[in-house]
Design a protein around this ligand. Structure first.
Ligand SMILES: [Fe+2]
Length: 186
């Protein structure tokens, strides 16, 4: 690979795969949410994400290109983090808190990816592509804000200080390794 155009198509294909994976993941997160306002937020971003998939397909169409087979390993990793966390048997309350944090990570990843794509599109004078990508970026930024406000607002029911500390610190260690993985993936 040598050209910006090829890089652009590669990154675009990556995001197409990412958004498709996220349509499914957001549906799962909505189902899991015990707090109605959080469920609604995941549902509404799932609907937005379906449109984002269409916009990315539109960018390919406008360029007269076909999406190549690509897998977004970054988002795949973040989704795997979620699935691995399920094995920790989280309470509904704690799963909500986890899902909000996971959503913030995903949105920040997507924001970076779209910013990079838009830069490339602008350099190559793909004005329409840049516009479509910018619509996706704006939605991710709004969602990131919404999820960050949940992060500030939601409080876990149990703090687990004191005698539960020994039990949780054991778990925390095993989670520490998976958190390291997520940092690399993001
Ligand atoms: Fe998205």
């Amino acid at each position: 690979m040598e050209t910006a155009h090829e890089l652009f198509l590669h990154e675009l294909g990556d995001m197409l795969d990412a958004e498709r994976k996220l349509v499914e993941a957001l549906g799962k997160q909505a189902e899991e949410s015990s707090r109605p306002e959080l469920k609604k937020a995941f549902q509404s971003h799932q609907a937005q994400t379906e449109k984002q998939v269409e916009r990315l397909q539109q960018v390919f169409d406008d360029l007269g290109e076909q999406p190549e087979e690509a897998e977004c390993k970054g988002i795949k990793g973040l989704i795997e983090e979620h699935d691995a966390f399920q094995e920790e048997n989280p309470s509904e309350d704690i799963l909500d808190i986890f899902n909000v944090g996971a959503a913030v990570k995903v949105e920040r990843y997507e924001i970076s990816a779209y910013e990079g794509l838009i830069r490339l599109a602008q350099l190559m004078k793909h004005t329409k592509a840049a516009k479509l990508l910018n619509q996706n970026l704006k939605e991710e930024q709004q969602t990131a804000k919404k999820m960050e406000s949940f992060e500030k607002k939601l409080k876990p029911e149990k703090m687990g200080m004191g005698e539960e500390e020994d039990e949780t610190s054991g778990r925390r260690q095993s989670r520490g390794t998976s958190r390291g993985r997520s940092r690399r993936a993001a």
